[in-house]
Design a binder for this molecule. Structure first.
Ligand code: SAM
Length: 330
């Protein structure tokens, strides 16, 4: 489909001035004004023409304009800050006869995807991905939480992933973007790297220098694409994988069995952690950041097998406050 030519609009810079849209730190507001950069973010998303595109945190609408040029069939804008409503409505009116723009003022964390995507035909998980895309220059304050919540939804084929393998193009602080794609042995390898790579194909596409934003943040920003895998690397429940990774990476520089042992109550800790590494066929002295995704999956599987004999370990949390023993004696 041809590019959509937008009608003449005031520049984003002028709109910010006109509506006195001072950036709010508490909502992690840093605006992109350079159309070449917003076009590049949208190009990283691949073909979105005729797609339903959901943009998280459009702010005054610079990325929204670049998305519209690609002629989606519908653009959903979810923005928490109501001050942007007039600028987004202006865009909505300007494109009225070309693209349907649905503006939702609210928090993306409570957005009901079923409302926005209700007319989209679901596609088979193993087939061609659905004509849906999520894009966002995310607020730093919620980006990691949001991503982990969405990975959980991907694992359960819920929310935007009820419709198939919906792809995402999102921004993160440079270090977070590096963590998401970090391979085994990389200095940024962490829990987030593994959890993302278990369920998605991840790419760190390019860097946006901090000076491209208004106001300039202290960090540079990475643009990352995430495409859900047809076959996730593990079939253990998301929360189980997350718990195991959390315990192991809590002691990132130590031998990995040290953190893994915290998955088990003290009286059976040594025995069960040895069993876990034996079943996984892994050297307990390997360090958390050196373990490959496949080796982590073997550890998850071993933990699951052990939990069938010891169901009490599923609820066990070594960091939970200890029960007051004295109270029981009295
Ligand atoms: N997309 C614009 C751009 O690139 O210039 C603004 C990006 S700014 C980094 C993040 C945007 O997300 C802000 O407009 C902010 O108000 C919005 N935002 C922050 N928290 C949000 C949330 N929980 N749900 C939806 N939008 C949110």
């Amino acid at each position: 489909m041809n590019q959509l030519r937008l009608p003449p609009l005031p520049t984003i810079k002028d709109l910010i001035k006109l509506y006195n849209l001072r950036a709010l730190k508490q909502l992690s507001q840093n605006f992109l004004l350079d159309e070449r950069i917003t076009d590049k973010i949208v190009r990283a998303a691949g073909n979105i023409s005729n797609h339903v595109v959901l943009e998280v945190g459009p702010g005054p609408g610079s990325i929204s304009r670049s998305i519209l040029k690609k002629h989606p069939c519908k653009l959903i804008l979810v923005e928490k800050d109501h001050r942007f409503l007039p600028t987004l409505q202006q865009l909505q009116e300007a494109c009225e006869d070309k693209v349907k723009i649905d503006i939702q003022i609210g928090d993306i964390r409570s957005y009901d995807f079923d409302i926005g995507f209700k007319n989209v035909q679901s596609s088979d998980w193993f087939g061609v991905p659905p004509p849906i895309h999520l894009i966002g220059n995310l607020p730093f304050s919620v980006s990691t939480i949001l991503l982990v919540n969405w990975l959980h939804s991907i694992s359960e084929k819920q929310a935007a992933w009820k419709y198939g393998r919906t792809s995402m193009t999102l921004t993160f602080q440079k270090e977070v973007a590096e963590r998401i794609v970090a391979p085994p042995g990389h200095e940024q390898r962490c829990r987030l790297s593994v959890i993302c790579q278990l369920w998605c194909e991840v790419r760190n596409k390019f860097l946006i220098p901090g000076k491209a934003f208004l106001p300039k943040p202290d960090v540079d920003v990475g643009v990352v694409t995430l495409k859900p895998l047809k076959y996730p690397l593990t079939d253990v429940p998301f929360k189980m994988a997350e718990k195991i990774l959390r315990n192991i990476f809590n002691m990132r520089q130590k031998y990995s069995f040290k953190g893994a042992s915290r998955l088990f109550p003290e009286d059976i800790r040594d025995e069960l952690v040895s069993r876990m590494y034996y079943v996984a066929d892994l050297d307990p002295h390997i360090r958390p950041f050196q373990i490959t995704n496949e080796e982590y999956c073997r550890l998850f599987y071993a933990y699951k097998i052990i939990s069938e004999d010891h169901p009490e370990i599923l609820e066990y949390d070594s960091r939970a406050p200890k029960k007051n023993v004295l109270k029981n004696i009295v």
